[in-house]
Design a protein around this ligand. Structure first.
Ligand code: FE2
Length: 318
């Protein structure tokens, strides 16, 4: 089995207003990274960026400072009220601008989607002293960050706000990763891989209710699908063998003030270096895919049924 390099597709400003239907979504459905050398939206003002860079680092309490639009709450910061309020206002406004931008660029993904988080990173990613499963510099598929997604996908729009490049190392897309490493990650073929027990469904309902007031509790909600993706995430982050094998590995460099868009649960990725960035996340129903065969749910479903996890070969635009 060959592990594929996730590709980066550059989208220049002359194309923003002349896109064919599905031109961008077809790439994203295949686990590719869309790279915008010129931002397709208005970035936060220079004054706001200076404020975030200078005033927030000392008040960080978590890996990210995150604004949760559904609960209208900010987490990961403990600061005097005027600093917290201004930080929240900047993150909220940017999430709204990113949402409007994505409605224009990838409109077919947006029906029924959920605005999940607007997050700020202000620390150097290289060698952050945090546990291995939380480290961004180990290649992984995102999983479990928003509780039970049950197959909805994690669409991330990232903005490099730093004066230096942000560097990602990527390896594989979800189908070839599951096909090659599913067994090593502990994924057992069979119906149970994607089926939720009655007990789990009841527990999920309770957690979902509580997480409306306490958004971070959402991560406690689990489904069989999310657990399978979590197995992949943990295996990839923890395995030295996986990281030492260069097959399918590629480095992607993001210039200062560039943006990129990717399904973080479809392209194996890590952040080797980079400091000041925004990460805006939306949960997209898998039923919005034009070709659901590419979705991680269907990848796992094929694997569970003892078939190849790889999708059929469907050309772009067809
Ligand atoms: Fe990630």
């Amino acid at each position: 089995m060959t592990v594929k390099q996730p590709e980066a597709i550059e989208i220049t400003p002359d194309r923003f207003d002349n896109l064919k239907p599905y031109e961008l979504t077809d790439h994203l459905e295949r686990g590719r990274v869309l790279l915008f050398p010129t931002p397709p939206l208005e970035l936060p003002s220079d004054e706001d960026l200076q404020f975030l860079k200078q005033k927030t680092p000392e008040y960080h309490t978590r890996k990210n400072i995150s604004y949760y639009p559904e609960a209208d709450l900010i987490r990961g910061i403990k600061a005097p009220p005027e600093i917290e309020q201004r930080t929240q206002a900047i993150l909220k406004a940017y999430q709204e601008r990113v949402g409007a931008c994505l409605r224009r660029l990838v409109p077919t993904f947006t029906p029924g989607w959920r605005s999940a988080t607007s997050s700020l990173r202000v620390f150097e990613e290289n060698n952050r002293g945090i546990p291995i499963r939380a480290r961004s510099d180990r290649i992984h598929l995102d999983a479990g960050t928003y509780g039970a997604s049950r197959g909805d996908l994690i669409l991330r729009f990232l903005t490099n706000l730093d004066d230096k490049e942000r560097v990602w190392r990527c390896k594989g897309t979800v189908s070839d990763l599951v096909e090659t490493y599913g067994e090593a990650a502990g994924l057992e073929r069979g119906d149970e891989l994607l089926r939720d027990s009655m007990l789990r469904r009841m527990g999920s309902g309770m957690v979902r209710g509580l997480s409306r007031a306490f958004p971070s509790l959402a991560t406690l909600e689990q489904s069989a699908y999310d657990q399978a993706m979590r197995h992949m995430h943990n295996y990839m982050k923890e395995s030295d063998e996986f990281h030492q094998d260069p097959e399918g590995m590629v480095e992607i460099r993001f210039k200062p003030r560039s943006c990129w868009l990717v399904f973080a649960d479809m392209a194996g990725h890590s952040c080797l270096s980079g400091e000041f960035a925004m990460i805006n996340t939306f949960m997209v129903p898998r039923t919005n895919f034009r070709h659901q065969e590419f979705s991680p749910w269907e990848v796992l479903d094929r694997y569970a049924r003892g078939k190849s996890a790889l999708p059929p070969d469907i050309p772009i635009g067809s």
